[in-house]
Design a protein around this ligand. Structure first.
Ligand code: ADP
Ligand code: MG
Length: 350
């Protein structure tokens, strides 16, 4: 519990945005079945049809690819699919698969019709990708035995399984791998009303009272991300218990968000630092992602995977072939007029 709180706090502050490793402490807020996976209607409808059809035929579900920013429900969806298929799930992430034998070990021992989940699939090494191609298509793997001139390859049959690959970087997945997924999906940021539903469900599970107006306020400040909505809700529960009467009302949300450095647009201090750096140091851009990450003391991965997608979606930032550019909206947010940037700078940089 203690550990979970620390991790929540870190994530909130943007120093660490990955979830805790699955299989750790149980997350009571994580939905187990499709009916509790709120929002994302069209994704859910399609998936429910594919699941039912596969189940009726007694087949494993087709391999599925899920992309989208962190915290939107990729891992959750994978475990829901396994539950709905009444199948077992084995979870790993690409960086954990160091050698071909790590992957072969899993594929040869996996249960028939089970789900194999690989997180961060864009980080799979090429040798492993090639092994997966054959595994996904033919449910076999090629294995080299012996050495030198005596070496030969044998094909080993493996159980039928469903591969679910998740990534925050769909663009970095090799196309031969991508095209072998029968179902490809993208989870996008949740609109405010869907986040409100998620917050209400979580508050019931956490046994916390939150008034409707506070739900809406919180839903508008959670960067379209269920994980963040849940984390903020837990922190606001703390504020409500210590500073109020235990009920989360509008005032508690306002105070809590302010203390956590989150503004009414759902932006954190680091979001503003990013925009400020582009404008103040690089004349509004374009500036390369690596340079920008160094300027704000942030890892390139969290800049690209966590901060940028939301800033882009809200129209504060643009990705151009030459680098990142702050938009007019960013200047307005920070109260900087575009005239403050010297013409000389603009001429040099645009
Ligand atoms: N559609 C949803 N409905 C309800 N809760 C959700 C939904 N999507 C995500 N969550 C919550 O957000 C948390 C983070 O989701 P997760 O699947 O770990 O995200 P990802 O794998 O995409 O980073 C989950 O533990 C769950 O509590
Ligand atoms: Mg995940």
């Amino acid at each position: 519990m203690e550990q979970e709180k620390d991790q929540d706090y870190d994530s909130l502050m943007g120093t660490e945005f990955h979830e805790t490793q699955d299989g750790g402490h149980e997350n009571i807020l994580r939905p187990k079945y499709m009916k509790n996976f709120l929002g994302q209607a069209s994704l859910k409808e399609n998936l429910s049809v594919f699941i039912q059809a596969a189940r009726d035929r007694g087949d494993p579900l087709d391999h599925m690819f899920i992309s989208g920013p962190p915290g939107l429900g990729k891992t959750t969806l994978a475990s829901i699919i396994a539950n709905e298929m009444h199948a077992e799930i084995k979870m790993t992430s690409a960086p954990a698969l160091e050698k071909p034998k790590d992957l072969a070990g899993i594929l040869t021992t996996i249960k028939e019709n089970s789900v194999f989940f690989i997180d961060e699939i864009h980080r799979l090494r090429p040798v492993m990708e090639e092994m997966l191609y054959i595994a996904m298509e033919d449910f076999e793997i090629d294995w080299v035995i012996g050495q030198g001139p005596a070496a030969r390859t044998i094909r080993i049959p493996i159980p039928q399984f469903t591969l679910i690959g998740a990534t925050t970087k769909a663009g970095q997945v090799a196309s031969p791998l991508y095209t072998r997924f029968g179902i490809t999906s993208r989870i996008s940021f949740y609109p405010q009303n869907e986040l409100a539903e998620i917050i209400k469900r979580s508050s019931i599970l956490l046994k916390t009272k939150i008034v409707d107006t506070a739900v809406d306020l919180l839903a508008g400040s959670a960067r379209g991300t269920p994980r963040i909505a849940n984390r903020l809700l837990k922190r606001l529960r703390d504020y409500a218990e210590v500073m109020g009467d235990g009920v989360i009302n509008e005032e508690i949300v306002a105070i809590g968000l302010k203390r956590l450095g989150i503004d009414s647009h759902g932006l954190e201090e680091q979001d503003r630092n990013i925009l400020r750096a582009i404008i103040n140091f690089y004349g509004g851009g374009p500036v390369g992602a690596e340079t920008l990450a160094i300027s704000i003391g942030e890892a390139i991965e969290s800049l690209e995977d966590f901060y940028e997608p939301y800033l882009i979606q809200r129209g504060y930032l643009k990705r151009t072939p030459r680098g990142r550019v702050a938009t007019q909206k960013a200047y307005e947010l920070l109260g900087i007029s575009t005239g403050d940037i010297s013409n000389e700078n603009q001429r040099l940089l645009f």
